[in-house]
Write a protein that binds this ligand. Structure first.
Ligand SMILES: Cc1cc2nc3c(=O)[nH]c(=O)nc-3n(C[C@H](O)[C@H](O)[C@H](O)COP(=O)(O)OP(=O)(O)OC[C@H]3O[C@@H](n4cnc5c(N)ncnc54)[C@H](O)[C@@H]3O)c2cc1C
Ligand code: FES
Ligand code: FES
Length: 1370
């Protein structure tokens, strides 16, 4: 502990009279820990992982994914209660949790002590796939339970998960898993058993007691019946001895409750000083000493600034413990809110005030509470403060427009304790500039009461409803006074965020409105003035000018309607607004309901059973190890990349002098340092590992820095100064086509029949043409790219563990860059936290980069990409441009299709040609067309190399196809579904690439879906809704899909496996496939278990390793279960044949005895199995062949509702039917379908990549704007369909794959586009209101911008023509 006197000598701030302490204590999972001084630069997450608690994951580092969620408990000395809060450990400064108890996923249960019911439920309900997000979900749920006095409602559960992202599961099983903790009615909630008195169980879908488990068709085995009971009963047990979970919850440590809270003064690296004063006087004194000190509360702004914007603050003052800043008081003039009050605290307090006081007084409180619902996620709201939001003065702050609109006042105190008050409207001076002098701080906010007839409303439109920052938001208030029977506007405030550097008051409009009568007559003039008030220049940051301006008018229109409606309800206004009421209905989301239907066809002990993912228990307890969790060998260096900042440029010079003197620096390696070959590529070697002379995209690797820590490596890498001479860059497909910029030898053509002749023959009654822009997509695997490389025998060999779908590719790239033979390089992968294609080839470049310093310095090197670096540099799903011309009869029969497609390959070819080819193969979807010509070519652009992504070009080809189908339907004024049915494939047709179609089940799939979704009734209901609602429209669509299974490169369709039987009867399987969440290891183990007729628990798969199974193809193309299942079966059969002579004696009682007996007889119990898919192959020279072993079919129905004024939408229903043959594991397969559908929904309707190109001049050329979860929005838990139904077609064995199953990983992805086409259907209805009945393009993703601008009305027409097509990076 330090004293003032001692501190005073060292530190001017120490002149305060109080004592400062440097003794920081926390508890972690019940264990006391003293935090040493010197760690002020660390986050809580870094600390936890450093002390070995690696269950808490780093997914983004910016509070946007929830993978790092932990629970902190602190003691409130006023209420004398402990508070339990879920927070993001990645943003919490370590010392900010001093005096608190941190509970991580390891603290609540594990396989030895027994799983906590939260963990147990999630595992049993198939709620984890790759498992990287899983600990975060567990902790969010756990914190909710710990902080709720009553069992939470289902709504609360869904809400509390909004700050946690999952890229694999589609969320449905997670919600279902946690539903058992919900109080669904007085009877049914449980923390011990899901069974109730009537022998019913808690329904996995509704959370209510019922017997719907019968929904699952069980036609074979009794034992399967238990699955749904077990899944939803949070019965927890110790995996080792089977005893029940009886851990008591960790209590709040008495020491922390009794301990005197001290003022803290601590330090960090780079001379950071960290203070935590306890008194205002102390704080003001500190501030007087350090005028540029950064005040910290939730660190949700400052944390992002320091991590991603290179901001550095030497003095940080945590003001969380200052009583005056934490005040929440109800007073005469309003509510006084201390600036350090946390948002969640404010939310709760205001709710209480609203409940206790007269409603007219609390209109502002209500608006703030409603706005806070959409403010970030729970974890952020639990720490982020009101003052932090105000003082950051972000132009898109959700609260600042409201503070201004409601007439809030800010109290500001200076270092001499003088307090001044300013109006919120005068506080924001410029971009992130506020009216606070260096010697001042924000003390509190006064939120005034509202008067009778004063109305306040908040608005926010974001890309994603939950946990997203606003595109435009607003706060509006009007005070009406009655005069001579009219309601006159006495005072009005209209303030927008997101349209200028500061919250912008529409002052001309306000002036105009003041004194006017409140009726619809004012709208036109108000709109015109608003248009003048809110002007955005063409290249304003954020883009979407037409949309954002339209929104400002839409919001005002909604405000007008909602006030009028409220007045009308009170009988104060007469005018009928019935037709417009749909504009003011608030969005409210009922809980999600999901049903799954499948048959169980059991084959042997395990195949066909819905077994739980073999790693599920490890994942829910945080015990599952990923690459970043691998303990680093002694002497490990950490790496950071030096990346190009130019899209196309010559490197003039590289200056490393500053980097060399950076702390911990150990080396910079450039192209000249590469020991082996610098050129690489999976097919064509057209890419340099380290750019030597010319860079061809932003994010291209120029070199790699190694240092003693990750942070030091990053700092040093930032100090490498590179001079460039810029060269012209190609930044879109259209530019590439115009300039003839293509990757060499990528022009491809497929032809069937004679397209020209058909068009000329007059057979086509009509011909339409159009262009489809298909947007790209970021993989957003939750585990960023990561590799750990180390030399063995002083560099004679190199070993690595990598997060990759293709260990063999890592082996190959590393061997090549180091000049080593493949036999001396080993790559191992235990599991990966999602890949989706993004870790197929691109990950190998990073392993190769890390291997260079490792080899040269003979030290282990670890490279983990930060999320932004990962997104900037690793490539994405290809964007495509499709140009079609299609001829058809008046009945809708398609006769001829002429298609040109281009994909955006980026700066190297990578897999782009194969992606293009698959798009060409899938360009007719399930439609039979006599004449087809498809030309395709891969564009060279100055972007990072685009790469494999679930579907591998298939979805892009399919999307283009569905676009021209919909075009035909519009042209013929028929429903798209009719056109589809008329043109479906039948068995026996020859496809446009020569393959004979066999066993086609699209007809059965479609019919089952049509019946299941009751399409005819659904259409009627939608039409009826639409005719009664002017500003909200519903739409429906049914989408079919056919997906070819096999790698289109024939040689890749081979697989090896190693099966080893041990003398205790257990079996170790190693195969070439990687477990990335898709349940591959579980399915393969099921195959082995059934083959040996042993329980699944006797089979183990440890890892994938290039020294066990050589020359494996990447785990991709959905075919891994087919390939590796068959290879494993081959090995098992070999062993069984060898065992047979002994087995036939019939003297053993178990497999273990048999194995032991075989061993004694010197029988080889290890076998290598192999499989090569027969009868496939394609010859591009003639454009004919059989590229696919078989096809997986599916169809989906979606119903959506859109808000035509804002572009907001939600999915009401998704109904999916798929033919998966006899599923090896229906639970895993359903998980794949749901996950793929939601990922497809993201691609179709939510996820937009924004690149610096001609359409986005506000972004630097070639740079990616959307490079983190803050700006790139994947679906969250609240984006899934309200009613989510999945069924597998029954009784359809597949003769072409193992155990009659079918591949599942990629085929359902495209079905997510049903949401896009349902949105389009809804937009049709909106446009029809304005008389626009013709075809219009709707590019994916159908973001609010695209929806709003397509719903043309008098507002949009003020800013754009009816053919306006929002800009898209393609
Ligand atoms: C994942 C994520 C989601 C988010 N979502 C939203 C959203 O939906 N809407 C939205 O508006 N914002 C959002 N934000 C922004 C941010 O969370 C808020 O601005 C938050 O309120 C900041 O509070 P804090 O306590 O964390 O600030 P801190 O980071 O601790 O501090 C922010 C700034 O305020 C200054 N400051 C704090 N208190 C005072 C004071 N008393 N006097 C003077 N200066 C002070 C600090 O010095 C610092 O410069 C999000 C951020 C993240 C990371
Ligand atoms: S890692 Fe903390 S929120 Fe993503
Ligand atoms: S299981 Fe959620 S991200 Fe993989």
């Amino acid at each position: 502990m330090g004293s003032l006197t001692r501190a005073a000598e060292e530190d001017p701030a120490a002149a305060a009279e109080e004592e400062w302490s440097d003794e920081a204590v926390i508890y972690v999972n019940g264990v006391r820990r003293v935090l040493p001084d010197g760690l002020a630069h660390l986050t809580l997450l870094q600390y936890l992982r450093d002390i070995g608690l690696r269950g808490t994951k780093l997914g983004c580092g910016e509070g946007g994914c929830g993978a790092c969620t932990v629970m902190v408990s602190c003691y409130d000395r006023i209420t004398k209660k402990s508070l339990h809060l879920a927070i993001n450990a990645c943003l919490a400064p370590l010392y900010s949790v001093e005096g608190m108890h941190i509970i991580t996923v390891e603290g609540i249960g594990d396989r030895q002590r027994g799983l906590h019911p939260v963990q147990e439920c999630l595992a049993k309900a198939h709620g984890s796939q790759c498992g990287f997000c899983t600990p975060g979900f567990v902790m969010s749920m756990y914190a909710l339970l710990r902080s709720s006095k009553q069992p939470p409602t289902e709504d609360q559960i869904e809400d509390c998960l909004a700050g946690n992202l999952c890229r694999c599961t589609g969320y449905r099983p997670i919600i279902d898993a946690f539903r058992v903790f919900a109080k669904t009615d007085n009877l049914a909630y449980t923390n011990s058993s899901s069974e109730n008195a009537n022998d019913q169980t808690i329904c996995p879908s509704t959370g209510k007691p019922c017997s719907c488990r019968n929904e699952t068709d069980i036609n074979v085995n009794e034992s399967s019946l238990s699955s749904s009971v077990e899944r939803y009963s949070p019965y927890s047990y110790n995996e080792i001895d089977g005893s029940a979970y009886n851990e008591r919850e960790l209590i709040f440590p008495p020491e922390l409750q009794l301990r005197k809270v001290m003022s803290l003064k601590l330090n960090g690296s780079n001379e950071i000083k960290w203070y935590r004063p306890l008194k205002l006087k102390q704080l003001l004194h500190l501030k007087s000493c350090y005028l540029d000190a950064k005040l910290i509360i939730g660190n949700s702004e400052v944390g992002v600034e320091t991590k991603f914007k290179n901001a550095q603050y030497k003095v940080m003052i945590s003001v969380t413990h200052i009583p005056e800043l934490n005040t929440l008081k109800v007073k005469e003039d309003g509510i006084h809110i201390g600036s350090a009050v946390r948002l969640a605290q404010l939310q709760n307090f205001l709710k209480k005030v609203i409940a206790e006081r007269d409603l007219p007084e609390t209109k502002s409180c209500q608006a703030i509470v409603r706005q806070l619902k959409w403010f970030a996620g729970t974890q952020i709201r639990n720490v982020a403060s009101v003052g932090g939001n105000i003082c950051t003065a972000s132009p898109i702050s959700d609260l600042n427009p409201l503070w201004i609109a409601v007439g809030a006042k800010f109290q500001i105190i200076d270092v001499n304790s003088n307090v001044r008050t300013t109006l919120a409207k005068d506080f924001f001076l410029g971009y992130r500039k506020v009216d606070i002098k260096p010697e001042e701080i924000l003390l509190s906010i006064i939120l005034p009461w509202t008067r009778p007839f004063e109305y306040v409303k908040e608005f926010k439109q974001a890309h994603r409803r939950e946990d997203d920052i606003a595109l435009v938001n607003a706060g509006m208030r009007v005070y009406l006074q009655e005069s001579e029977g009219n309601w006159i506007i006495s005072d009005v405030s209209i303030v927008f965020g997101g349209v200028a550097a500061v919250p912008l008051s529409a002052s001309r409009t306000e002036n105009f409105l003041t004194g006017k009568k409140w009726d619809s007559g004012l709208l036109d003039d108000a709109f015109n003035l608003l248009k003048e008030d809110i002007s955005l220049s063409e290249n304003a940051p954020g883009g979407m000018i037409e949309f954002r301006r339209s929104l400002t008018l839409s919001f005002f229109f909604k405000f007008f309607l909602s006030v009028t409606h409220e007045m009308k309800v009170k009988g104060l206004l007469e005018d009928g607004l019935h037709a417009d009421l749909s504009a003011v209905q608030p969005y409210s989301r009922p809980v999600t309901v999901g049903t799954q239907s499948y048959e169980l066809v059991r084959q042997g002990t395990s195949v066909g059973q819905p077994m739980v993912h073999m790693s599920a228990m490890l994942q829910v307890t945080g015990e599952a190890e990923y690459t970043d969790d691998t303990p680093t060998p002694p002497n490990t260096l950490h790496a950071a990349l030096v990346l190009s900042k130019k899209a196309h440029a010559r490197i003039l010079s590289i200056d490393d002098s500053l980097a060399k003197s950076s702390p911990g620096f150990a080396g910079l390696f450039l192209s000249k340092d590469i020991p082996g070959v610098n050129h690489t590529g999976p097919i064509i070697h057209d890419e340099e590992f380290f750019a030597s002379d010319i860079v061809t995209c932003v994010g291209q690797i120029i070199g790699i820095v190694v240092a003693d820590t990750h942070d030091n490596a990053k700092t040093a890498a930032n100090k490498v100064h590179i001079e460039y001479c810029e060269l012209p860059a190609i930044l879109s497909i259209e530019e590439a086509v115009k300039n003839g910029s293509f990757h060499p030898n990528t022009k491809k053509c497929l032809v069937k029949g004679d397209v020209e002749q058909c068009f000329l023959s007059g057979a086509c009654d009509r011909i339409v043409s159009g262009q489809v822009h298909v947007g790209g997509q970021e993989h957003f695997y939750m585990e960023p790219q990561c590799t750990l490389v180390w030399p063995v025998d002083s560099g004679n060999e190199i070993h690595m563990v990598s997060s990759t779908q293709a260990p063999q590719k890592h082996q190959k790239y590393v061997a090549s860059v180091l000049g080593l033979p493949l036999s001396k390089v080993v790559c191992k992968t235990k599991r990966i936290g999602g890949g989706f294609g993004g870790k197929e080839t691109r990950s190998a470049i990073f392993a190769a980069a890390a291997s260079v310093p490792s080899f040269c310095l003979r030290r282990p090197v670890k490279l983990v990409l930060d999320r932004d670096i990962d997104m900037i540099s690793t490539g994405q799903r290809h964007s495509f441009l499709g140009k079609y011309k299609v001829g058809f009869t008046n009945e809708g029969k398609i006769l001829s299709l002429d298609l040109e497609i281009y994909n955006n390959g980026g700066h190297s070819l990578d897999l782009s040609l194969a992606v293009l080819e698959r798009a060409m193969f899938h360009s007719e979807n399930v439609y039979d067309i006599a004449n087809i010509r498809i030309n395709g070519q891969v564009c060279f652009t100055n972007f990072p190399s685009n790469t494999a992504f679930r579907g591998f070009g298939g979805p892009q080809g399919l999307l283009i196809a569905e676009n021209w189908i919909h075009h035909i339907a519009t042209e013929l004024q028929r429903s798209p579904e009719e056109i589809k049915e008329l043109n479906f494939h039948n068995d026996g047709v020859v496809l446009h690439y020569g393959q004979l179609l066999q066993n086609c089940t699209i007809g059965s799939v479609w019919d089952q879906l049509k019946a299941s979704c009751n399409f005819v009734e659904a259409r009627k209901a939608v039409n009826s809704f639409n005719s009664n609602n002017r500003w909200r429209k519903r739409g429906i669509a049914m989408i079919p899909t056919k997906f070819g299974i096999s790698f289109t490169a024939k040689f890749m369709n081979q697989a090896g496996a190693l099966v080893q039987v041990y003398t205790d009867g257990t079996v170790l399987v190693t195969h070439g496939g990687v477990e990335m969440g898709q349940g591959l290891h579980t399915k393969i183990a099921q195959v082995a278990a059934s083959s040996f007729n042993i329980p699944l628990s006797s089979v183990f798969i440890s890892e994938t390793s290039t020294d066990k199974v050589p020359n494996a193809s990447p785990t991709a193309a959905s075919a891994s279960s087919d390939l590796y299942g068959a290879a494993v079966l081959d090995a098992c059969q070999q062993i069984k044949v060898r065992m047979e002579p002994i087995a036939s004696k019939g003297t053993h009682n178990s497999f273990a005895e048999l194995a032991q007996a075989c061993y004694m007889e010197r029988v080889d119990l290890s076998a290598h199995g192999f499989y090569a898919t027969p009868n496939i192959g394609f010859d591009w020279m003639i454009g004919k062949g059989t590229p696919f072993n078989y096809f997986t079919y599916g169809a989906a129905f979606a119903e959506v509702e859109i808000d035509t004024l804002t572009g907001d939408f939600y999915t009401r229903t998704a109904d999916i039917v798929m033919d998966l043959g006899f599923s090896i594991n229906p639970a895993i397969d359903i998980g794949q379908i749901e996950g793929a559908f939601i990922q497809g929904l993201g691609w179709a309707a939510m996820e937009e990549l924004k690149w610096g190109d001609d359409n986005h001049k506000w972004i630097r050329p070639g740079h990616l704007f959307t490079c983190g979860p803050g700006s790139y929005k994947i679906p969250s838990v609240n984006d899934i369909p309200l009613n989510f139904k999945v069924s597998l077609l029954k009784g359809v064995p597949n003769p072409k794959a193992i155990h009659s199953s079918k591949a599942v990983g990629e085929p359902p992805f495209f079905l997510g586009s049903a949401v896009l086409f349902a949105i389009k259907d809804a937009i049709f209805a909106a446009r029809a209101e304005e008389g626009h009945l013709g075809w219009f393009p709707l590019d994916n993703p159908a973001t609010p911008e695209r929806i709003r601008m397509a719903c043309v009305d008098s507002i949009t027409k003020k800013f754009a023509g009816i053919d306006y097509r929002p800009k898209l990076s393609v």
